[in-house]
Design a protein around this ligand. Sequence first.
Ligand SMILES: C[S@@+](CC[C@H](N)C(=O)[O-])C[C@H]1O[C@@H](n2cnc3c(N)ncnc32)[C@H](O)[C@@H]1O
Length: 293
Amino acid sequence: MPYKIINDDCLNVLEGQSIKEKINLTFLDPPFNQQKEYAYHDDNMSEKDYWLMMMRVCESVFRLTEKGGSIYFMQREKNAEFVLKCLRDSGWTLQNLIIWKKKTSAVPVAGKYGKHYQMIAYSTKGEKAGTFHRLRINPPLPPNYRFQRENGVFVTDVWDDIRELTSGYFAGDEAVRTEKGERFHKQQSPLALLLRIILTSTKLGDWVPDPFAGTGTTLCAASQLQRNSVGIEIDPANADLIKKRLANIREADLIQKYYKDYLCTENLPEIWGENLETAPRVRSLQALPLFEN
Ligand SMILES: C[S@@+](CC[C@H](N)C(=O)[O-])C[C@H]1O[C@@H](n2cnc3c(N)ncnc32)[C@H](O)[C@@H]1O
């Protein structure tokens, strides 16, 4: 499916004239302004400047989105009040505050509860979503349940079944690595997260931009699901990585392994838009190094 990779500041692109298509879904996973190292971004902005920037992003995405389109804005839970204000002031209607509960142990914090989740604010342009597929999953039954479920359960606003890519080798094959085996990008999102978001909020052929594309996880999921995507990334090394990641889909990036998780969903083949025959062929069964020395 067509995808575009743009190496630029997302504000230049979103506030310029280059996006001609009407957007259906945007995933926002910006740097969280928590003093992390980014080659092309200052992650230590004043709170005022940071939220002014995010306000401009949300406003321009809103302008470019078709009625009923969606935005998923991922952030630290401590920024909840700013995220909600930013979305509301730029015209979005909040639908859910999704709790993405981490699989690894909570991060202990002195004087308050340990941190165990990331928030994702899901909002729409207008009161109702134009597309919202109610996905069904079939997680393991809690202990003491007497009856098997007949047809799984609807996905709720608590997502505790998607594993984050943790640091170092625990991140497994999905983490894109350099030749030395180090993670290429510490904030790479799991494919399963984008798969759920795209399956829920888009149809085949819809347009899905990611203004802070990083390693291109959104494009990787969208292109396999036959949705169009645009990744905007300020760091040329990341933009180059996205090109390589998409040109050579690794086994760890194939989405087909998640199909069974959604089998209880009505019309799944139609929503997924793919079957095993049309799945992209794996060029190698090993995780290919994306970079050469
Ligand atoms: C948290 S990461 C996104 C990770 C992504 N979700 C993934 O799966 O790889 C944020 C990315 O935004 C990029 N970035 C920061 N400021 C930007 C800007 N103004 N325009 C475009 N990209 C930007 C950073 O270089 C970084 O790669």
